[in-house]
Ligand binder design. Structure first.
Ligand SMILES: C[S@@+](CC[C@H](N)C(=O)[O-])C[C@H]1O[C@@H](n2cnc3c(N)ncnc32)[C@H](O)[C@@H]1O
Length: 260
Protein backbone atom coordinates (compact mmCIF):
# COMPACT_ATOMS: atom_id res chain seq x y z
CA UNK A 1 0.00 0.00 0.00
CA UNK A 2 1.41 3.42 -0.89
CA UNK A 3 2.54 5.55 2.00
CA UNK A 4 0.74 8.86 2.54
CA UNK A 5 0.38 11.40 5.31
CA UNK A 6 -3.27 11.89 6.25
CA UNK A 7 -2.57 14.81 8.59
CA UNK A 8 -1.67 17.16 5.73
CA UNK A 9 -4.49 18.03 3.29
CA UNK A 10 -3.81 16.94 -0.30
CA UNK A 11 -5.65 18.48 -3.21
CA UNK A 12 -6.83 15.14 -4.68
CA UNK A 13 -8.61 14.38 -1.37
CA UNK A 14 -9.86 17.96 -0.78
CA UNK A 15 -11.26 17.93 -4.32
CA UNK A 16 -12.90 14.58 -3.57
CA UNK A 17 -14.50 16.20 -0.50
CA UNK A 18 -15.75 19.17 -2.57
CA UNK A 19 -17.34 16.63 -4.93
CA UNK A 20 -19.02 14.85 -1.97
CA UNK A 21 -16.72 11.81 -2.28
CA UNK A 22 -15.68 9.50 0.57
CA UNK A 23 -11.95 9.20 -0.06
CA UNK A 24 -10.76 11.98 2.23
CA UNK A 25 -9.54 12.44 5.80
CA UNK A 26 -10.26 14.92 8.63
CA UNK A 27 -7.52 17.36 7.53
CA UNK A 28 -8.88 17.36 3.96
CA UNK A 29 -12.45 17.92 5.16
CA UNK A 30 -11.35 20.75 7.44
CA UNK A 31 -9.55 22.56 4.61
CA UNK A 32 -12.47 21.72 2.30
CA UNK A 33 -14.85 23.49 4.68
CA UNK A 34 -12.58 26.52 5.19
CA UNK A 35 -12.15 27.03 1.45
CA UNK A 36 -15.91 26.68 0.88
CA UNK A 37 -16.47 29.32 3.57
CA UNK A 38 -14.04 31.65 1.76
CA UNK A 39 -15.73 31.04 -1.60
CA UNK A 40 -19.16 29.39 -1.40
CA UNK A 41 -19.45 29.21 -5.23
CA UNK A 42 -16.49 26.82 -5.19
CA UNK A 43 -18.94 23.96 -5.13
CA UNK A 44 -20.32 25.16 -8.49
CA UNK A 45 -16.78 25.52 -9.84
CA UNK A 46 -15.75 21.95 -9.11
CA UNK A 47 -18.99 20.54 -10.51
CA UNK A 48 -18.71 22.73 -13.61
CA UNK A 49 -15.12 21.57 -14.01
CA UNK A 50 -16.13 17.88 -13.90
CA UNK A 51 -18.93 18.56 -16.39
CA UNK A 52 -16.41 20.35 -18.66
CA UNK A 53 -14.21 17.24 -18.53
CA UNK A 54 -17.12 15.02 -19.58
CA UNK A 55 -18.26 17.36 -22.37
CA UNK A 56 -14.77 17.80 -23.80
CA UNK A 57 -14.06 14.05 -23.77
CA UNK A 58 -17.41 13.42 -25.44
CA UNK A 59 -16.66 16.11 -28.06
CA UNK A 60 -13.20 14.67 -28.70
CA UNK A 61 -14.34 11.05 -29.02
CA UNK A 62 -17.74 11.52 -30.68
CA UNK A 63 -17.13 14.58 -32.87
CA UNK A 64 -13.37 14.94 -33.38
CA UNK A 65 -12.69 11.21 -33.88
CA UNK A 66 -10.06 10.95 -31.11
CA UNK A 67 -9.39 7.40 -29.89
CA UNK A 68 -6.45 8.01 -27.53
CA UNK A 69 -6.45 10.07 -24.32
CA UNK A 70 -3.63 11.11 -21.99
CA UNK A 71 -5.36 12.38 -18.82
CA UNK A 72 -2.80 14.10 -16.56
CA UNK A 73 -3.85 15.05 -13.01
CA UNK A 74 -6.60 12.45 -13.02
CA UNK A 75 -7.79 12.79 -9.43
CA UNK A 76 -9.57 10.19 -7.32
CA UNK A 77 -12.06 8.29 -9.51
CA UNK A 78 -15.57 9.70 -9.40
CA UNK A 79 -18.53 9.72 -11.80
CA UNK A 80 -17.91 10.01 -15.57
CA UNK A 81 -14.18 9.33 -15.61
CA UNK A 82 -12.42 9.89 -18.93
CA UNK A 83 -12.42 6.23 -20.04
CA UNK A 84 -16.13 5.83 -19.28
CA UNK A 85 -17.15 8.88 -21.33
CA UNK A 86 -14.72 8.13 -24.16
CA UNK A 87 -15.54 4.42 -24.43
CA UNK A 88 -19.26 5.19 -24.33
CA UNK A 89 -18.69 7.10 -27.59
CA UNK A 90 -16.14 4.64 -29.01
CA UNK A 91 -15.34 1.43 -27.06
CA UNK A 92 -11.92 1.09 -28.71
CA UNK A 93 -10.59 4.25 -27.01
CA UNK A 94 -7.26 3.87 -25.23
CA UNK A 95 -6.65 5.96 -22.10
CA UNK A 96 -3.56 6.62 -20.00
CA UNK A 97 -4.19 8.20 -16.61
CA UNK A 98 -1.39 10.08 -14.81
CA UNK A 99 -1.27 11.47 -11.28
CA UNK A 100 1.49 12.05 -8.73
CA UNK A 101 -0.61 11.52 -5.58
CA UNK A 102 -0.28 8.09 -3.96
CA UNK A 103 -3.97 8.07 -3.00
CA UNK A 104 -4.95 8.24 -6.66
CA UNK A 105 -2.60 5.32 -7.32
CA UNK A 106 -4.39 3.44 -4.54
CA UNK A 107 -7.69 3.88 -6.38
CA UNK A 108 -6.28 3.27 -9.85
CA UNK A 109 -8.01 -0.10 -10.19
CA UNK A 110 -11.33 1.73 -10.71
CA UNK A 111 -9.72 3.62 -13.59
CA UNK A 112 -8.52 0.48 -15.33
CA UNK A 113 -11.89 -1.11 -16.05
CA UNK A 114 -11.57 -0.73 -19.78
CA UNK A 115 -14.01 -2.08 -22.32
CA UNK A 116 -12.35 -5.13 -23.94
CA UNK A 117 -12.07 -3.32 -27.30
CA UNK A 118 -9.96 -0.53 -25.75
CA UNK A 119 -7.29 -0.15 -23.05
CA UNK A 120 -6.64 1.79 -19.84
CA UNK A 121 -3.33 2.28 -18.06
CA UNK A 122 -2.16 4.27 -15.06
CA UNK A 123 1.16 6.06 -14.54
CA UNK A 124 2.37 7.32 -11.19
CA UNK A 125 4.22 10.37 -12.58
CA UNK A 126 4.60 14.13 -12.30
CA UNK A 127 3.41 16.68 -14.85
CA UNK A 128 6.73 18.47 -14.30
CA UNK A 129 8.45 15.57 -16.03
CA UNK A 130 6.63 15.35 -19.38
CA UNK A 131 9.32 13.15 -20.93
CA UNK A 132 8.76 10.45 -18.31
CA UNK A 133 4.99 10.69 -18.94
CA UNK A 134 5.45 10.42 -22.70
CA UNK A 135 7.79 7.45 -22.36
CA UNK A 136 5.42 5.59 -20.01
CA UNK A 137 2.31 6.43 -22.07
CA UNK A 138 3.93 5.10 -25.25
CA UNK A 139 3.36 1.54 -23.95
CA UNK A 140 -0.39 2.12 -24.43
CA UNK A 141 -0.75 5.03 -26.86
CA UNK A 142 0.54 5.34 -30.42
CA UNK A 143 1.93 8.86 -30.68
CA UNK A 144 2.06 8.66 -34.47
CA UNK A 145 -1.75 8.93 -34.34
CA UNK A 146 -3.78 11.78 -32.75
CA UNK A 147 -4.01 11.92 -28.96
CA UNK A 148 -6.08 14.19 -26.71
CA UNK A 149 -4.05 15.50 -23.79
CA UNK A 150 -6.40 16.29 -20.91
CA UNK A 151 -5.02 18.88 -18.47
CA UNK A 152 -8.14 19.37 -16.37
CA UNK A 153 -7.73 21.44 -13.21
CA UNK A 154 -4.03 20.62 -13.00
CA UNK A 155 -2.10 23.45 -14.72
CA UNK A 156 -2.74 25.71 -11.72
CA UNK A 157 -0.31 23.57 -9.73
CA UNK A 158 2.50 24.96 -11.91
CA UNK A 159 3.37 28.40 -10.57
CA UNK A 160 5.78 29.54 -13.25
CA UNK A 161 4.10 30.70 -16.48
CA UNK A 162 7.11 29.86 -18.65
CA UNK A 163 7.40 26.36 -17.15
CA UNK A 164 3.65 25.78 -17.60
CA UNK A 165 3.81 26.76 -21.29
CA UNK A 166 6.96 24.72 -21.83
CA UNK A 167 5.26 21.60 -20.46
CA UNK A 168 2.15 22.00 -22.64
CA UNK A 169 4.42 22.59 -25.66
CA UNK A 170 6.57 19.56 -24.88
CA UNK A 171 3.53 17.29 -24.56
CA UNK A 172 1.99 18.59 -27.79
CA UNK A 173 5.29 18.43 -29.66
CA UNK A 174 5.28 14.66 -29.05
CA UNK A 175 1.73 14.29 -30.41
CA UNK A 176 0.79 13.81 -34.06
CA UNK A 177 -0.89 16.60 -36.07
CA UNK A 178 -4.63 16.45 -35.45
CA UNK A 179 -4.06 15.93 -31.70
CA UNK A 180 -5.89 18.06 -29.14
CA UNK A 181 -5.30 19.52 -25.70
CA UNK A 182 -8.10 20.37 -23.28
CA UNK A 183 -7.30 22.66 -20.35
CA UNK A 184 -9.42 23.89 -17.46
CA UNK A 185 -7.96 26.26 -14.92
CA UNK A 186 -9.11 28.09 -11.76
CA UNK A 187 -9.74 31.76 -12.59
CA UNK A 188 -8.16 34.77 -10.90
CA UNK A 189 -10.47 37.21 -12.68
CA UNK A 190 -13.90 35.78 -11.81
CA UNK A 191 -15.13 36.53 -8.27
CA UNK A 192 -11.55 37.78 -7.86
CA UNK A 193 -11.54 38.71 -4.17
CA UNK A 194 -13.21 35.56 -2.93
CA UNK A 195 -11.06 33.39 -5.17
CA UNK A 196 -7.89 35.08 -3.88
CA UNK A 197 -8.99 34.42 -0.28
CA UNK A 198 -9.87 30.80 -1.08
CA UNK A 199 -6.46 30.23 -2.70
CA UNK A 200 -4.66 31.90 0.22
CA UNK A 201 -6.46 29.48 2.55
CA UNK A 202 -5.63 26.48 0.34
CA UNK A 203 -1.97 27.41 -0.02
CA UNK A 204 -1.56 28.03 3.71
CA UNK A 205 -2.29 24.43 4.72
CA UNK A 206 -2.38 22.24 1.62
CA UNK A 207 0.51 20.09 0.43
CA UNK A 208 0.30 21.54 -3.09
CA UNK A 209 0.64 25.21 -4.02
CA UNK A 210 -1.92 26.62 -6.41
CA UNK A 211 -1.50 29.58 -8.78
CA UNK A 212 -4.64 30.96 -10.38
CA UNK A 213 -4.50 32.73 -13.77
CA UNK A 214 -6.68 35.16 -15.63
CA UNK A 215 -8.30 34.47 -18.98
CA UNK A 216 -5.33 35.88 -20.94
CA UNK A 217 -2.91 33.77 -18.91
CA UNK A 218 -4.90 30.59 -19.57
CA UNK A 219 -5.23 31.49 -23.26
CA UNK A 220 -1.41 31.78 -23.51
CA UNK A 221 -1.13 28.10 -22.56
CA UNK A 222 -2.67 27.29 -25.97
CA UNK A 223 -0.15 29.35 -27.97
CA UNK A 224 0.86 27.68 -31.26
CA UNK A 225 -2.35 25.64 -31.28
CA UNK A 226 -5.71 26.28 -32.96
CA UNK A 227 -8.43 26.92 -30.39
CA UNK A 228 -11.71 25.27 -31.31
CA UNK A 229 -14.92 27.29 -30.91
CA UNK A 230 -15.84 28.95 -28.56
CA UNK A 231 -12.18 29.47 -27.50
CA UNK A 232 -11.18 30.01 -23.87
CA UNK A 233 -14.39 30.72 -22.01
CA UNK A 234 -15.88 30.06 -18.58
CA UNK A 235 -15.79 26.24 -18.42
CA UNK A 236 -19.54 26.12 -17.78
CA UNK A 237 -20.14 27.93 -21.08
CA UNK A 238 -17.96 25.64 -23.22
CA UNK A 239 -20.54 23.90 -25.44
CA UNK A 240 -23.00 23.48 -22.54
CA UNK A 241 -25.79 20.92 -22.67
CA UNK A 242 -28.34 23.37 -21.28
CA UNK A 243 -28.83 27.01 -20.37
CA UNK A 244 -28.88 25.96 -16.73
CA UNK A 245 -25.44 24.35 -17.06
CA UNK A 246 -24.04 27.47 -18.79
CA UNK A 247 -25.39 29.72 -16.04
CA UNK A 248 -23.39 27.98 -13.27
CA UNK A 249 -21.46 30.63 -11.31
CA UNK A 250 -18.14 28.80 -11.71
CA UNK A 251 -14.74 30.52 -11.48
CA UNK A 252 -12.99 28.32 -13.96
CA UNK A 253 -11.67 28.91 -17.51
CA UNK A 254 -11.70 26.15 -20.10
CA UNK A 255 -10.69 25.60 -23.70
CA UNK A 256 -9.79 22.96 -26.26
CA UNK A 257 -7.23 23.38 -29.04
CA UNK A 258 -6.05 21.34 -32.00
CA UNK A 259 -2.49 20.80 -33.16
CA UNK A 260 -2.43 21.76 -36.86
C1 LIG B 1 -8.17 19.33 -8.67
S1 LIG B 1 -7.77 17.67 -9.03
C2 LIG B 1 -8.45 17.48 -10.66
C3 LIG B 1 -8.88 16.07 -10.99
C4 LIG B 1 -9.51 15.89 -12.38
N1 LIG B 1 -8.56 16.22 -13.45
C5 LIG B 1 -10.73 16.75 -12.53
O1 LIG B 1 -10.60 17.86 -13.07
O2 LIG B 1 -11.81 16.38 -12.08
C6 LIG B 1 -6.03 17.82 -9.42
C7 LIG B 1 -5.28 16.51 -9.54
O3 LIG B 1 -4.00 16.80 -10.12
C8 LIG B 1 -3.01 16.08 -9.42
N2 LIG B 1 -1.74 16.79 -9.54
C9 LIG B 1 -1.39 17.99 -8.97
N3 LIG B 1 -0.14 18.32 -9.32
C10 LIG B 1 0.30 17.32 -10.14
C11 LIG B 1 1.54 17.08 -10.81
N4 LIG B 1 2.55 17.95 -10.71
N5 LIG B 1 1.67 15.97 -11.55
C12 LIG B 1 0.64 15.07 -11.64
N6 LIG B 1 -0.55 15.24 -11.02
C13 LIG B 1 -0.72 16.35 -10.27
C14 LIG B 1 -3.52 15.99 -7.99
O4 LIG B 1 -2.94 14.93 -7.28
C15 LIG B 1 -5.02 15.83 -8.21
O5 LIG B 1 -5.38 14.47 -8.28
Amino acid sequence: MPDFDTSVPHIARVYDYWLSGKDNFAADRDLGERTLAAYPNLVFSVRANRAFLARTVRFLAAEAGIRQFLDIGTGIPTASNTHQVAQRAAPQCRIVYVDNDPIVLLHARALLKSKPEGACAYLDADLRDPDAILAGAADTLDFSKPVAVMLIAVMHFLGDDAEASKIVNRLMEACAPGSFVAISHAASDIDAEQMAEMIRCLNQSGAEHMTIRDRAGVTRLFDALELVEPGVIRAAEWRPDSGLEAASPAACWGGVARKP
